[in-house]
Design a protein around this ligand. Structure first.
Ligand code: HEC
Ligand code: HEC
Length: 460
């Protein structure tokens, strides 16, 4: 009996691991997988980038932690230490993991190296549970890279691309948000319109700003991608993340079909269902209010739902303008006229002048809100004048009353918070690009109507 249980547990584990390494259906040959299954297979098994660090560096990162945490790590078992590290950097165990090797969001290069993939930013925990395609709102990329670099220098190891990149530009000034749009601009400036490396260097103008990744499950409803909705949805755009100079134009273009599959996987994702009870009567009245006040921008939901892909002028939405300004019309034109935009055949919105009103499916699970991730809950979205100036989240807490992140609120970042890593734990809406102002549309609702809309939003 007992050995039978062990055997079946082992089998289950083996199947899970096979599922991760050989595609969504364990061991299935590639030709028999659906495009979406192949997409997940590429994402979780193929290294499109060089490794960022290896097991030895990762397992000893605690040696560069602040004193009190280091003390804790010193007396911990390796498993407990790994938990501390995952928590510090916002990493998640792969499903079926045996507690060694790369986190979800990285894959192994077969030699102990951790290679970052899309899931590092695009899969996160919601109320403590991993959800594929949810924004990783815990990811502390800059702190991770900073400490990896420090540890590598101690060990006399060579620095990798992010270790060096992080010395020339900010990677992400708050937990959960990253300067990804500027990574794309910096890497894109090295290439011509066919993605071949340029001979002369063109120094790009970088306007650093942090963005909160949108939930992957809404990509299928969109025809225009990114915060300002300028780019016509295409698998080619997804290659921006793997444009490191070591990948030649030919190599990148050669990966096109794999990225078609990756987009198919992204578009196959369903929004997660709200996990707790919903007051259906209240939600029904919220639906009526939503359809009057919000649907013209955010669309309608259910089987016959329609989504307008509407770009709302910045003067009307009044949210932080830095992300919009960070890409110029010229830069968007260059992208359209290159391989990304099929040499101008795609109809990009090169001068969008505002932000897209995103679909709100699964919105309960994609806090924080707005393109810069400045608003911690849906209640705060509905009560613009009560949004916190400075907030700090807990790792796994979920605020069911306000619907979103469990946070502590401050007037300003406490004076004794000194190190850069500690400062990144506080979302300070007074900093450049981080304002939580605007989107005042809910102000036209009564308090009762807001409560009803809040309940309805849980059902999407
Ligand atoms: C370092 C974090 C990070 C990584 C890694 C990353 N992304 Fe993103 N991604 C973002 C952020 C932030 C945005 C939002 C950018 C914006 O619109 O301002 C984004 C936007 C997107 C969008 C547009 C979504 C929408 O609704 O408009 C897609 C699609 C996407 N990423 C796919 C990918 C794929 C595929 C990969 C891997 C090849 C990847 N990303 C890797 C952070 C990341
Ligand atoms: C005139 C168009 C418009 C109306 C009306 C409108 N919104 Fe929005 N909404 C937007 C835009 C544009 C954004 C994105 C702004 C940004 O990210 O800076 C947005 C963002 C949001 C977000 C955050 C989405 C995310 O993924 O972060 C929520 C939630 C939201 N709106 C809810 C509502 C509700 C509820 C109503 C009705 C009371 C409403 N909106 C009315 C245009 C609108």
């Amino acid at each position: 009996m007992k050995s039978g249980m062990i055997v079946s547990r082992f089998l289950l584990l083996a199947i899970c691991v096979a599922g991760l390494t050989a595609g969504a259906r364990g061991g299935e040959p590639l030709e028999r997988m659906t495009p979406a299954e192949r997409g997940y297979h590429w994402l979780t098994t193929k290294a499109y980038l060089p490794p960022d660090f290896d097991d030895e560096v990762f397992d000893s990162l605690w040696k560069v932690w602040p004193a009190s945490l280091q003390e804790q790590a010193k007396s911990a078992t390796p498993a407990e230490r790994r938990k501390l590290a995952f928590s510090r950097y916002g990493l998640i165990e792969r499903p079926g993991s045996d507690g060694t090797g790369p986190a979800l969001g990285y894959l192994s290069d077969g030699k102990g190296g951790w290679v970052m993939n899309c899931l590092a930013c695009h899969s996160g925990k919601v109320a403590g549970q991993p959800v594929l395609g949810a924004p990783n709102s815990n990811f502390a990329l800059e702190t991770l890279v900073e400490e990896v670099r420090q540890r590598k220098l101690q060990l006399g190891r060579p620095l990798a691309h992010l270790d060096k990149g992080g010395l020339t530009m900010p990677l992400g000034t708050t937990r959960g948000t990253t300067n990804s749009v500027m990574f794309g601009v910096a890497l894109g400036s090295l290439r011509d319109k066919d993605l071949n490396m340029r001979r002369e260097l063109k120094v790009p103008k970088l306007v650093h700003n942090d963005a909160d990744p949108p939930a992957f499950w809404n990509v299928r409803r969109k025809s225009l991608l990114y915060a300002e909705g300028f780019a016509v949805k295409s698998h080619r755009l997804l290659l921006q993340f793997v444009m490191l100079p070591r990948n030649s134009g030919e190599t990148l273009r050669g990966w096109e079909n794999e990225f078609r599959d990756i987009l198919a996987w992204i578009e196959s994702l369903e929004p997660p269902r709200y996990r707790w009870e919903i007051d259906q009567g209240l939600a029904q009245s919220g639906k009526v209010v939503f359809e009057q006040s919000c649907a013209k921008c955010h669309g309608t939901y259910g089987d016959a739902g329609r989504y307008p892909n509407r770009i709302v002028p910045i003067d009307e939405v009044q949210t932080d303008p830095l992300r919009l300004k960070s890409l110029t019309t010229g830069r968007r034109q260059d992208m359209r006229d290159s391989w990304f935009g099929d040499y101008g055949r795609e109809e990009y919105v090169v001068d969008p002048q505002g932000y897209v009103a995103p679909p709100l499916n699964g919105i309960w699970a994609s806090a924080p809100y707005l393109h810069n991730g400045s608003v911690p809950t849906l209640w705060h979205m509905l009560h613009p004048s009560d949004r916190p100036t400075v907030w700090r989240r807990t790792e796994d807490g979920y605020d069911r009353k306000k619907v979103g992140l469990e946070v502590t609120v401050f007037d300003r970042v406490p004076g004794d918070v000194k190190s850069a890593a500690d400062q990144r734990e506080y979302f300070d809406t007074q900093r450049s690009g981080k304002s939580a102002a605007g989107h005042l549309f809910p102000d036209e609702l009564t308090e009762d109507e807001k409560q009803a809309v809040l309940e309805y939003l849980k059902t999407l």
